[in-house]
Design a protein around this ligand. Structure first.
Ligand code: DGL
Length: 264
């Protein structure tokens, strides 16, 4: 079982930020990634629809023999984590809890901002998870739907992007937050711009790192870590291939993409 791959899915290629971190932190592990590009974006869809797509994505990865699953998509983690965890017997991780814990450890003022897609923000999962761990924490949320197309288009800085960032994030700045959870796969790509909007007063939380730390300790605890010498495999499957997939995918992964297999 130990040599089996870790499964990661996302609505698209944004979840490759999590894969990048797995490859850094757990370089011996094989990875199978599924990007549900045919149904992207999840962030504007209903919870029921996101649950259906998430179950289908998980089924696909289970058939690939995965030993554990990371739901890299915040919208799926919000709508479908409990359902997926109940339905399948392998360990399943969402990106929400690790980001919540990281932010609570970082915030001195107890004022945490959360940004994400409409689906994630409307689900209220971050507020619930933060308040469950610390009822005194003040949470301020904001959906930023235009951030996803900006990143996909490669508009990572410049006037339009600055204006959009300012428009969405000014209300959070007025609340005096000192920590901001980037609750969407795409937002870490805008981290430099978001950081320069807030200045050093606000610390940004990217869920990839704490999620992979948690994955590593979970695999260790369940004796699922691969400790052999075989070269790790890294496969990417998607349900569609849009025109600019290579450019977008490599931006998230931070290295050349392996050949992508399209499954219908
Ligand atoms: N992967 C999604 C998320 O993290 C962003 C893109 C989408 O809306 O599908 O919420």
């Amino acid at each position: 079982m130990n040599a089996n791959p870790i499964g990661v899915f996302d609505s698209g290629l944004g979840g490759l930020t999590v894969v990048r971190e797995i490859r850094r932190e757990l370089p011996r592990e094989s990875i199978v990634y599924f990007g549900d590009l045919a149904h992207l974006p999840y962030g504007t869809k209903s919870g029921a629809q996101i649950q259906r797509f998430s179950l289908e994505s998980t089924e696909f990865l289970i058939q690939k023999g995965i030993k554990a699953l990371v739901i890299a998509c915040n919208s799926s983690s919000s709508a479908a984590f409990h359902l997926v965890r109940k339905r399948f017997s392998i360990p399943v991780l969402s990106v929400i809890e690790p980001a919540v814990e990281e932010s609570l450890g970082m915030s001195a003022a107890g004022k945490i901002g959360v940004i994400g897609t409409a689906a994630t923000i409307e689900s209220g999962v971050y507020e619930v998870a933060l308040r469950r761990k610390n009822p005194r924490i003040q949470v301020f949320v904001q959906s930023c739907p235009l951030f996803v197309p900006l990143v996909e288009e490669g508009w990572l800085d410049g006037g339009v992007t600055e204006r959009v960032i300012e428009k969405y994030l000014t209300p959070l700045a007025h609340k005096g937050i000192d920590t901001l959870i980037l609750g969407c796969t795409h937002y870490p790509i805008l981290a430099a711009e978001i950081h320069s909007f807030f200045g050093p007063r606000v610390r940004l939380v990217d869920s990839a790192r704490p999620t992979v730390r948690r994955l590593a300790s979970l695999l260790q605890e369940k004796k699922l870590l691969y400790e052999g010498k075989r070269k790790p495999k890294f496969e990417i499957f998607t349900s569609d291939l849009p025109r600019n997939f290579r450019l977008v995918g490599e931006r998230f992964l931070g290295e050349k993409l392996p050949p992508i297999k399209v499954v219908r």
